[in-house]
Design a protein around this ligand. Sequence first.
Ligand SMILES: [Zn+2]
Ligand SMILES: [Zn+2]
Length: 396
Amino acid sequence: MPNYYDILEIDKNATEDDIKKAFRKGALRWHPDKNKDNKEEAERRFKEISEANNVLSDPEKRKIYDLQGEEGVKQHEAGANNPNPGMNPFGNNPNNFFNMFFGGGGGNPFGGNPFGQHTRQNIIKKSEQKNVVIPVTLKDLYFGAKKKITIPIRRLCVGCQGMGGKNATTCVGCNGMGVVIISKMIGPNMIQQVQTICSSCNGRKKRVETPCTTCNTTGTVINDAEFVLKIDIGMDNNDKISYPNMGNENYEEERGDVVFILSLNDTDKRFTKVRNHLVYTQNIKIGDAIAGMKVHIDHISGEAIIYEETGIIPDKSFRIIRGKGMSNGGDLYIYYNIQYEDGEVILTPNQKELIKRILPTTQYKQPIDTMAPNLVTIEKLNHNFSIEKIIYYFVI
Ligand SMILES: [Zn+2]
Ligand SMILES: [Zn+2]
């Protein structure tokens, strides 16, 4: 092992700042990701640079090194009850270099935790959640329902337990980390780093010599899985039914969840569900609105609801029938919507006279019949407007 000062290409009187700069320069120069053609040498050099920095950047270790050499430092580290005696704090993994620069806070001069990778490994990642939208009808929600659903689920290959093959060795591409940090200079002394799945091992941390033929080295197979969804009375649009840990599986990950999302999509558009109430749109004609009518509703329960409107039915009005909403205790709102004929209904002068005699009409201070019409241009009548809608119409 050459001298640590030679490795960092600094002299014995180098300041802490000099060491920091030299380490950075060397580590960037010899990072294995940047030396793909020369990987072996790069890995060795990188390791040396890391070790040299580890000792020289620590004033106490540097003093020991200067007096007793490498052996003295090792003894000191062992004696200090170091969790990894004599071990390179980067775990010999070049990626840890970047963790030191960019990782979270910690005790070392670069503000990262050199043992960070060890804690990270202990956290088991959960595979991605699979969301499946399930169309349901109002009847499904009214009566409750059971639905058989078959969906593709990714499972670990039984043939290789997710490894993609046999005779596995630690992946050299990522040093068994499963991920690599790709870095690029984005300015003077500025490095941008992106963590990606190692392409050599597909994140499996090991490389196999005998590829698995069952899964074609992917480590997983996709099979149909059947679920029987129980839609309970009282469930609503967008409600979720979860099956924890019954979804997709990936190597070294906890199985993901399957979540079914109910999507109310009824072909019968006359009913609208609002919480446990139902709104039924009853289209009526102008004659119904004036003379009253019998209303007949085929309720989603299968029941026929029949009653009579005896008076005038104002447009956009509604009536409530208690207890006839959804099966979990809502009400039924019948909303009246007058459908006018295309264009204006033109009555004969006699019919008009008859209606005016029966129904109330607008009264003016001076009898309107005696006034001559002005020569104003009147446009076509617009239907279904509120004052708010008319104002909106102006703004547009
Ligand atoms: Zn790898
Ligand atoms: Zn396999």
